[in-house]
Design a protein around this ligand. Structure first.
Ligand code: TRP
Length: 446
């Protein structure tokens, strides 16, 4: 680096894979994936989703990691260093998307923290009385409480990013990711052994292709992008801390695999439980916060299962939030020469403040815009516009504009041949841009 200090690096390839998987595995897997699957008919949608992850998701992820590792810089700096021209705009969009996504992600993550505590203080009673929905709405429309939880969550996120790559992000992900996996396994055993779980397993695993609607393709690809943390330079930033000897395609496939496995396993907790208690799988965003407490309340030791589940959700959200803040922080550290401390606390603080309108929108203090509250609008702009646009340009960049450099990155200058190089190149050149353009256009119904 120009100021002579060595750029931080991951301690090991395992460290990178766990941190990148920590970024990918989040609310998207455990909260969003099951309800999207529920709304889109179950098993057939799951198959479509998995196919898209491994063809398009994997390709864009490898493209991002290659750009980052080559440049050893944040998302904006990487494009400037490799090509310049208008390309840094792609990185800029990513940094802006990071601000927007984390602003509301911190709010929902705050809910999950609150629900860990509430599992012991009233949530179960409300569910038994049939008022879990009122309980949920009562909580999220109380700005004081929600902002306090959001602040606590953002503080933890800022603290870990301030601690840096090896001593912060990697260290915490190495503990939190295995913990998450263990909690998930315990919950699966509980869910699939519930009487009546079979119907849920069937809905989730036995494909009925007649249930696939035309909207399913867009829903599946949009979910894949959000879940894999693609399109905003997250993987560029994390890739920039990777050493030159690591083999990128292997790392990318591992991250895709872990992310998909966690989403899949989360479904294996939720669908058996929802069917065992004759609840509605297509309930939408309320599936985790309203439907699941109903399920837990009817189980022996329900408050413990409930707390465990929301702990799982919180851990997943934390390792993702870190990656969102890191994209923004890395920009200010590399480009503005800020210290890590300054970048983490100031930008984290601003993002916390940006989340407050999302809280106030839900409580009704801020009016809706075209039927969407502030949080939904922010999510819409980031997920349906900025991420797909970023994904298209990243794929085109690697496929057409930086082909030779990208080849050297993915096969370590010819040292480790990448057997799927040609298919990967053509997915980046044609398949991914067209498919993403399709979701961009079909998803633009505001
Ligand atoms: N992938 C995370 C999830 O599933 C969210 C996330 C983290 C993300 N970093 C991102 C989404 C970058 C898009 C882009 O919850």
């Amino acid at each position: 680096m120009s100021n002579g200090t060595q750029r931080e690096q991951w301690g090991s390839k395992m460290g990178f894979v766990l941190a990148a998987a920590g970024s990918a595995v989040g609310l998207g897997n455990i909260w969003r994936f099951p309800y999207i699957t529920g709304q889109n008919g179950g098993a057939a949608f799951v198959l479509l989703y998995v196919a898209l992850v491994f063809v398009i998701g994997f390709s864009v992820m490898l493209a991002e990691i290659a750009i980052g590792r080559h440049a050893q810089l944040n998302a904006v700096g990487a494009f400037r260093k490799i090509k310049g021209g208008a390309w840094p705009i792609v990185g800029w969009m990513g940094v802006i998307a990071g601000f927007i996504i984390l602003s509301y992600y911190g709010v929902i993550a705050g809910w999950t923290m609150a629900y860990i505590v509430k599992s012991f203080t009233g949530l179960m009673d409300a569910a038994k009385a049939g008022t879990a929905a009122d309980f949920f709405v009562g909580f999220i429309t109380n700005p004081g409480a929600v902002i306090a939880w959001q602040a606590a969550f953002m503080f933890l996120t800022i603290f870990i990013v301030y601690k840096g790559i090896g001593g912060g992000i990697e260290k915490y992900c190495k503990v939190l990711m295995p913990a998450l996996f263990l909690i998930l396994l315990v919950l699966i055993v509980r869910a699939v052994t519930l009487p009546g779980a079979g119907a849920g397993i069937e809905f989730y695993l036995k494909p009925d292709f007649s249930k696939l609607t035309t909207g399913a393709l867009g829903a599946a690809l949009g979910q894949a992008f959000f879940s894999l943390s693609l399109g905003m330079g997250c993987m560029i930033t994390y890739g920039s801390y990777l050493g030159k000897k690591e083999i990128l395609p292997g790392a990318a496939i591992q991250v895709c695999f872990i992310d998909t496995a966690v989403a899949f396993l989360a479904g294996l907790v939720i669908f058996p439980a929802v069917f065992a208690f004759a609840l509605e799988p297509g309930a939408g965003p309320g599936l985790t916060f309203i439907t699941l407490p109903n399920v837990f309340a009817q189980m022996p030791g329900g408050m413990v299962w409930s707390a465990l589940f929301f702990l799982l959700l919180f851990v997943a959200a934390l390792t993702s939030a870190i990656s969102l803040l890191e994209v923004v922080a890395a920009y200010f550290i590399d480009e503005m020469k800020w210290s890590r401390t300054k970048a983490a606390f100031i930008m984290g603080g601003i993002i916390f403040l940006l989340g407050i309108p999302s809280v106030l929108g839900i409580s009704g203090a801020i009016p809706k815009l075209a039927g969407r509250d502030f949080l939904d609008s922010a999510d819409f702009i980031a997920s349906n516009v900025l991420l797909p646009l970023g994904g298209i340009f990243i794929a085109l960049f690697v496929g057409w504009f930086w082909t030779d450099g990208a080849k050297q990155e993915v096969d370590n200058n010819g040292a480790v041949p990448f057997s799927l190089y040609v298919p990967w190149l053509w997915v980046c050149r044609v398949v991914a841009p067209l498919a993403i353009a399709y979701i961009l256009i079909t998803g633009l119904k505001w």
